[in-house]
Each structure stands twice: as C-alpha cells, then as structure tokens.
Write a protein of this length. Structure first.
Length: 149
C-alpha cells in the first residue's frame, strides 16, 4: 500500500511540475497593424500642384449634397477648406472666402483637379469672367497666386 501511494505521489508530482501541455504547439498569432484610412480626393489633390498651407480652417458642414474644396493664395482673405453645395462654381468659392477683389487671374493661378483616371490636371483661368463660371468638383484646389511686380 505504501508503495502504491509512493508511486501515485511521484506521478502526481511529475504531472504538476511539468504542467499539462498538449502535444501540439499552439498556432502562431499574427498581429496585423491597422491600415491607414483611405485618402480622400482632397487629400490626394493636396500634393499634386501647389503646397497647401498647413492648419487651414474648415468652413461649413459636410452634407450628402456638398463638395469639399480648398481655396487659398495671397489674394484670398479667408483661405481654407469649404463645404459648398454640389454645382457650386469658382464664383461661389470666391464669395465664401470673402475674396471679391482677387486680381490674380493669371496662368499660375487655377484649379488642381484629379482626372477620372486619377492623374492630376490643372485648369487655368482664361479670364476673370470665364474663371468664375467654372463648376467645381469634390476635392478641387483653387489657388490664386500673388502677382509680384
């Protein structure tokens, strides 16, 4: 009896000290870092032609029938990102930015816009009147350069 108790004690001690492990090792855990949020059209246009100043304010509220554009440059009184109604024109953006006295309708001013294939394009302002009537798209970047004499 003592011998059976001694053998049982040794078996229990061996199991306890070695732990209860399965013969197969656990599957490795793969940690996948979160992917960055997708860039919006406006974020992509930002680096296409002109450098947009950092820290520009956002005006308006996003809605199901709105577009986001950015208007900036030395001639713009209130540069920033603007939510405008779909169908808005350059004139609407100029009015929203309080920049009715823009005089830089030159070839180095214009609109940066993504083409349907994702490549950048620049739309020059042919003249003040024609430029004001250009319809804006989501993500358009409107730049009015400062003319230096």
């Amino acid at each position: 009896m003592r011998l059976a108790f001694l053998v049982l004690s040794i078996v229990v001690a061996a199991v306890v000290t070695s732990g209860c492990r399965s013969r197969s090792s656990p599957a490795p855990v793969t940690v996948v870092p979160p992917s960055p949020p997708p860039a919006t059209v406006a974020d992509v246009v930002q680096s296409l032609i002109w450098n947009i100043p950092s820290g520009l304010p956002i005006f308006g509220v996003a809605g199901s029938n709105s577009i986001r554009v950015v208007i900036f440059g030395m001639s713009v009184q209130h540069p920033g990102f603007y939510f405008l109604p779909r169908g808005a024109t350059v004139s609407d953006a100029v009015d929203a930015a309080g920049s009715k006295q823009i005089v830089a309708w030159k070839h180095y001013s214009g609109i940066a816009r993504l083409k349907p294939d994702g490549s950048p394009s620049k739309i020059d302002f042919p003249s003040r009147g024609e430029g004001l009537r250009i319809q804006l798209n989501e993500g358009d970047q409107i730049y009015f350069a400062h003319e230096v004499y």
